[in-house]
Design a protein around this ligand. Structure first.
Ligand code: GLN
Length: 189
């Protein structure tokens, strides 16, 4: 198995470190040519969604990746990655691929609570550590979206077929279970 990690901006290296712990091969996707290398799953990291969105467009990577996701490529978006996959963003135009039937709110916890840590239940896994950094949350989901985690009454993780998103950063903890969940998604796809 080979996982591509979108490495245009943000916390991409940390995802690689977790995949190393799981013994899963990975490489960084930095330009359009890298999309021609074979990979079975894609991670879209946290960072600044507007910047990553702009770079994806400039580097002509938005459409090819969007098509792959629509054709079933397993994809895991954390934080800014969640925003790039969202079909709708509250009060703004969609920023990225817009392939997942969710409405997200950006910087949703306000300035005071910009960053925080908590532990909450993740469906089928149990209590996991959750690190939030100027995070979004999911305001609304369609019927085809499965809610996987709710924290403080806000939806913070969800799945729609081949697409997995978390508002928090599992790559910033030593807990490998969410990445393992994604690896299993790839194995069963
Ligand atoms: N606030 C960022 C955005 O709107 C997301 C933050 C993150 O990925 N940690 O894109």
């Amino acid at each position: 198995m080979q996982i591509g990690i979108l490495a245009l901006q943000g916390a991409f290296a940390e995802h690689g470190a977790i995949l190393d712990q799981l013994g899963v091969d990975h490489f960084e996707i930095r330009n359009r040519e890298h999309l021609h290398l074979p990979f079975d799953g894609l991670i879209i990291p946290g960072g600044e969604s507007t910047v990553i969105g702009k770079l994806l467009t400039e580097l002509q990577m938005m459409e090819p990746i969007k098509q792959e996701i629509e054709h079933g490529l397993p994809v895991f978006g954390t934080c800014a990655g969640l925003l790039l996959l969202s079909k709708k963003i509250e009060g703004e135009n969609a920023l990225g691929f817009g392939t997942m039937d969710i409405l997200a709110k950006r910087n949703a916890y306000g300035r005071q609570l910009g960053s925080f840590f908590t532990k909450d239940e993740f469906k089928g896994i149990g209590k996991i550590p959750m690190t939030f950094i100027r995070a979004p949350y999911i305001v609304q989901t369609s019927d085809n979206v499965e809610v996987l985690a709710v924290s403080d009454s806000k939806i913070v993780a969800a799945r729609q077929d081949n697409q997995l998103v978390t508002a928090f950063h599992p790559e910033l903890t030593s807990d490998t279970r969410i990445h393992n969940f994604f690896v299993q998604m790839i194995e069963t796809s």
